[in-house]
Design a protein around this ligand. Structure first.
Ligand code: SAM
Length: 355
């Protein structure tokens, strides 16, 4: 077999040498071989199809680009079964005011062709990442690719030094409220999410991200193809950073709204509610119920997730009382993130709807 170098392939296909190396590493060039630190590419290899061409995107799966506490990937199938009738036909708008990692959003983006979609979250760095993925994905991929290249070959000790440097830089950039650092901030946010302990997002009292490094052997820091797919799908999505109530003007009778607020802690010690500096209290849950009642009067289709307090106390009717006029289903779900291993396992969650 005759071979060419990455430089020759880059010239032949009119792409960068770095892009060729990434395509080789992703196994997208058949029979490409690594010799030392050099790629050997069969001379007759075809240029892999451009992930940015629309045809390529058809039928491709997309998945959340960050791991997120309370992510709904595990119970997506049950949630899908509970979408309202007529969704995608008569109901042509979708709102997700607590979007988090967006497991449900991406399912909808992959399978429905809707007129309008809006998402919101109060976590500024998370929302900044959604916006950068939508508007600046190639620059983001370049930064993530270089961090991946630098981080992966390091020893554990050197990885720690690298990780804590990036964490400090992230916390510094986080203070900068101008837009000039938004791509760098998004790249650091995704890097930290992929390499930190359990993909947690936790901040100290001053708002500094303080999760230690995780123990992943080979984390995929840059999933370029997924990011490009998501970017395409987000093009017409309205992305809001702020409180869930900012969805008020968007939601009407043709809107399906999925609410996935921070869960009410199952007990005092399992309180995992600090996605942010602000905690979501029972008072906030009650306020949300009032907001939902108002949207119910507008005839929006509403679906809400929460934890089931009855897992720990059969007598606790907090949500049953709050949503007495709604349909309440109890479904089985295994929690992904829980600091106490005894707390892992199948617990019941609530799915509450007005349809
Ligand atoms: C349970 S998570 C959502 C998880 C998401 N469904 C997923 O699959 O990844 C709750 C989200 O609500 C956000 N949040 C907390 N308080 C909020 C508020 N008042 N308004 C909007 N978002 C809020 C948090 O930042 C967090 O991302």
């Amino acid at each position: 077999m005759k071979y060419m170098t990455a430089k020759e392939a880059a010239e032949k296909w009119n792409i960068s040498q770095r892009r060729v190396a990434v395509l080789c590493a992703e196994n997208r060039i058949e029979n490409a071989e690594m010799l030392g630190n050099m790629w050997l590419i069969p001379k007759d290899a075809e240029k892999p199809q451009d992930a940015r061409s629309l045809r390529y995107f058809e039928n491709k799966k997309i998945k959340p680009f960050v791991k997120w506490a309370g992510g709904k990937g595990q119970i997506l199938d049950i949630i899908k079964e509970n979408f309202p009738n007529g969704f995608g036909e008569t109901i042509r708008k979708y709102a997700e005011p607590f979007v988090g990692g967006g497991a449900v959003l991406f399912e909808i983006l992959a399978n429905y062709d809707l007129d309008e979609i809006m998402i919101a979250d109060i976590n500024q760095e998370l929302v900044n990442s959604f916006i950068v993925v939508r508007d600046n994905v190639e620059e983001l991929i370049n930064l993530l690719e270089s961090m991946q290249k630098e981080f992966i070959p390091l020893s554990t000790e050197d990885r720690k030094i690298y990780y804590y440097n990036k964490r400090e830089l992230f916390n510094d950039l986080k203070q900068d409220k101008s837009n000039s650092m938004s791509v760098a901030l998004a790249a650091l946010f995704i890097f930290l999410n992929k390499t930190c302990f359990n993909g947690l997002y936790r901040v100290n009292s001053k708002g500094g991200f303080n999760v230690p490094m995780g123990a992943y052997k080979n984390p995929l820091i840059c999933d370029a193809e997924n990011l490009q797919l998501i970017s395409q799908k987000l093009q017409n999505v309205k992305i809001v950073c702020g409180d869930y109530k900012e969805s008020i003007d968007f939601i009407d009778e043709n809107t399906f709204v999925y609410f996935d607020p921070p869960y009410r802690p199952l007990n005092a010690t399992s309180a995992f509610t600090s996605y942010n500096e602000v905690v979501f209290t029972d008072c906030n849950q009650e306020e949300l119920a009032e907001y939902i009642n108002m949207l119910n009067e507008r005839k929006a289709k509403i679906l809400l997730s929460n934890s089931d307090p009855k897992n720990h106390n059969e007598e606790d009717n907090f949500f049953d009382d709050l949503y007495a006029n709604y349909n309440i289903k109890r479904i089985e779900a295994s929690r992904m993130i829980n600091s106490k291993s005894s707390g892992r396992g199948k617990i019941k969650e609530l799915l509450i709807s007005n349809f």
